[in-house]
Design a protein around this ligand. Structure first.
Ligand SMILES: *[C@@H]1O[C@H](CO)[C@@H](O)[C@H](O)[C@H]1NC(C)=O
Ligand SMILES: *[C@@H]1O[C@H](CO)[C@@H](O)[C@H](O)[C@H]1NC(C)=O
Ligand SMILES: *[C@@H]1O[C@H](CO)[C@@H](O)[C@H](O)[C@H]1NC(C)=O
Length: 316
């Protein structure tokens, strides 16, 4: 609420991590944004969406006026955010429905209805006095209206987007060694995987390196619908000279077995010195070869030219 260039109320609908629809208080239409789009404007999810988002819009609007008054906020822009959704088990049974709300970034309330038996409502500190009424109201609304609608549409949209959200793309792994000030950084990088859940472990000599020792990034979208994750370890130059085995291991839904790549520190230097010894030996052999062969060839060509000279004399 307040003066902004945006619609007062905006909804983004996600199925797992994929946006499937959009709604706002200007258009009041449920707009399908999934991968499988034909004219889906007038089907069930669209009608239910317009209905449910209408209810949510009204309730959020009432609440924000109430909170604005309660907090003595007379002007400016006030932002209210709500995250809500449902989860379903593999065989289609409803498992959970929840919402969580904030006002100007401050927690307002949270309700969760778990496996169809456990309902909890937390009214926070902003809506004191509402607890009993809201708890009963939200529970009834969840059970009788929102959960059945949410699960029904979850099934419909899942059927449409199955190829996207149910796909399994295995990660690719790289172990990267980079020079940084004061030593080296050994990084374990997993990329190109879907879904986003992954367990990535860096092992030193077969033992997992403690998470506190690691710089752990976030799981980031790569922009092509897959994800990447990096975990890095600082290794001193001293330690790098010692012989250690670094292994990066990933387990992911798409893999039956763990995937790993290894690198042994300290060994590369040994290889390098063997290689340079070989090079020196090769150089000696070449030099010896030059000393032994070249004078012979010189004398050969010298006698040949003498012969040529003799022939020339003869023909003359
Ligand atoms: C809002 O203003 C009223 C009266 O001016 C005051 O009693 C109350 O404590 C204020 N509330 C907040 C949250 O500042
Ligand atoms: C249902 O959810 C509650 C709260 O999260 C949990 O304690 C309980 O174990 C769950 N029951 C089943 C059968 O999953
Ligand atoms: C990651 O590890 C946890 C704990 O061991 C396990 O429950 C989970 O299934 C693993 N996830 C994947 C994607 O392998």
């Amino acid at each position: 609420i307040g003066e902004t260039p945006f619609p007062e109320f905006t909804v983004v609908v996600m199925l797992d991590d994929v946006q499937v629809a959009y709604y706002d208080s200007n258009t009041k239409h449920f707009i399908y944004k999934g991968h499988n789009t034909s004219d889906k404007i007038h089907d069930d999810p669209a009608q239910d969406g317009a209905y449910v988002f209408g209810i949510i819009y009204q309730s959020m609007k009432e609440r924000s006026f109430h909170l604005k008054h309660h907090l003595n906020l007379t002007e400016g822009v006030q932002v209210q955010q709500r995250m809500s959704g449902c989860e379903m088990l593999d065989h289609g049974e409803p498992a959970l429905i929840m919402f969580k709300e904030t006002f100007n970034g401050i927690f307002v309330d949270h309700a969760i209805y778990n496996n169809m038996t456990h309902f909890t409502y937390d009214s926070g500190t902003l809506l004191l006095g509402y607890y009993g009424i809201r708890q009963a109201y939200e529970k009834a609304l969840f059970e009788n209206v929102l959960l059945p609608i949410c699960i029904k549409n979850l099934k419909t949209i899942l059927k449409r987007e199955k190829n996207v959200v149910m796909r399994k793309v295995p990660p690719r792994l790289r172990l990267i060694k980079k020079e940084v000030s004061g030593g080296f950084q050994v990084s374990c990088l997993a990329f190109g995987f879907y879904p986003r859940h992954i367990n990535l472990t860096l092992l030193r000599d077969g033992q997992p390196v403690a998470e506190q020792e690691l710089t752990v990034g976030e799981v980031l979208p790569s922009g092509d619908g897959t994800y990447q994750l990096r975990k890095s370890l600082e290794v001193s130059t001293e330690e790098l000279k010692q012989r250690h085995d670094y292994t990066c291991t990933a387990s992911h839904l798409s893999l039956d077995n763990k995937l790993d790549v290894s690198w042994e520190s300290g060994v590369e230097r040994v290889h390098l010195s063997i290689l340079s010894a070989l090079l020196v030996m090769l150089l000696i052999v070449i030099l010896l070869g030059i000393f032994i062969c070249v004078p012979k060839r010189w004398s050969n060509t010298a006698s040949q030219s003498k012969l040529v000279n003799v022939d020339a004399n003869v023909s003359e």
